[in-house]
Design a binder for this molecule. Structure first.
Ligand code: FAD
Length: 331
């Protein structure tokens, strides 16, 4: 399809999922508009750690892993075009180990190493290392995907109104999606799960670090800063951080990471939880397509989600089997 000659599509939401949908639709020839009033750092896509792997892969169905595998290829393509996303592969080190994750990797022939991690006080702790796991810088991802596509800074009018002026509306509004899906007749209670994060000005961290028993996760940024967190809370749309939670997360990070510098920032954002252990991607009603419910893995899954939405809207054979993601499978 020649550029700008395809269907008129309105994408609701300019987080990483909406941006990926807009990118793949525009590249496929659709005439795309993107609407988003802006959620700032409360958007999952701003707040995330940016790890390109689920931390509980054994809990996810195979079709999500198929989507993830395609996404990793697309992340490589995007990083080649847009190096500002800072794609790196520092691997994951899990303090205390994670037998379920180890078993999942070993069953697929992926490397697993037994290592010792040196904590801030110099003591050594047994850990498992999963080499090759990637990382990006989330606040830069949606912008890189959008490229030159403009975001209209306003909330969505009623779907009916949008449908009168567009061939297809794509709902990609993250934790805010339930109301839009309900307008289209789908009762899928997507809801926010808050995660709080901290930024430190330095730290000796050459790996993604996790400690499941303390819910601790830390990632090294390319500029030497360290992002650490996180919480998993059902706090509605309350986007404020909580001092006691931040202090607890900081104590964990200071114990686990050598050379941690000053805490210089903190934020909280919303994961789009859904009762289905997979994103819901596909036609909800005539001319309304959902790309929702990416929960803990939306940074990982966004590029292939965008491609799948474009495949469905433009009538191309999907690169990843579409049926398991269909709204009917979620209902
Ligand atoms: C602390 C934390 C850590 C995370 N770590 C990781 C990780 O390491 N790896 C990973 O893969 N995932 C991670 N995630 C999950 C990931 O961030 C999300 O799954 C992903 O960002 C969801 O993207 P989205 O575009 O669907 O939603 P969002 O990024 O939330 O975007 C939704 C957009 O919809 C907009 N919107 C809302 N209402 C309307 C409206 N009425 N009209 C138009 N637009 C509207 C909002 O303004 C927002 O910009 C993490 C999340 C959190 C909170």
């Amino acid at each position: 399809m020649a550029p700008g000659t395809g269907p008129r599509v309105v994408v609701l939401g300019a987080g990483v999922v909406g941006a990926a949908c807009a990118r793949h639709l525009a590249d496929g020839g659709a005439r795309v508009r993107v609407l988003d009033p802006g959620a700032g750092r409360a958007a999952g896509s701003w707040a995330a750690a940016g790890i390109l792997s689920p931390s509980h892969p054994e809990r996810l169905p195979d079709h999500v892993h198929a989507l993830a595998a395609r996404s990793l290829e697309l992340w490589d393509d995007l990083a080649a075009r847009a190096p500002q996303v800072e794609l790196r592969r520092p691997g994951v080190t899990v303090l205390g180990g994670d037998p379920a994750w180890r078993d999942w990797r070993e069953a697929r022939g992926l490397p697993v190493e037994e290592v010792l991690w040196t904590r801030a006080d110099g003591s050594a702790e047994p850990a498992m290392r999963f080499p090759g796991v990637g990382l990006v810088r989330p606040p830069r991802a949606a912008g890189a995907l959008l490229g030159g596509i403009t975001v209209e800074a306003r909330p969505a009018p009623p779907l009916e109104e949008l449908r009168a002026r567009a061939d297809v509306v794509v709902v990609a509004t993250g934790a805010w999606a339930a109301a839009h899906l309900a307008e289209a007749g789908l009762d899928l209670p997507v809801a926010p799960r808050r995660g709080q994060m901290l930024l430190f000005d330095r730290g000796r961290l050459g790996t993604i670090l996790m400690e499941p028993v303390n819910e601790g996760v830390a990632v090294p940024r390319a500029d030497g800063r360290v992002v650490a967190g996180t919480t998993m809370e059902d706090a509605g749309f309350a986007a404020a951080t909580v001092a006691e939670d931040l202090d607890r997360l900081e104590r964990w990070a200071r114990g686990a990471i050598p050379g941690l510098g000053a805490r210089i920032d903190a934020w909280a954002g919303f994961r789009p939880w859904s009762p289905v252990p997979a994103p819901t991607i596909g036609e909800v009603a005539p001319g309304v397509v959902a790309a929702v419910g990416h929960f803990r893995n939306g940074i990982l899954l966004a590029p292939a989600t965008g491609e799948l939405v474009a495949d469905l809207v433009l009538g191309r054979p999907p690169r990843v089997p579409a049926a398991p993601f269909a709204p009917a499978a979620a209902g």
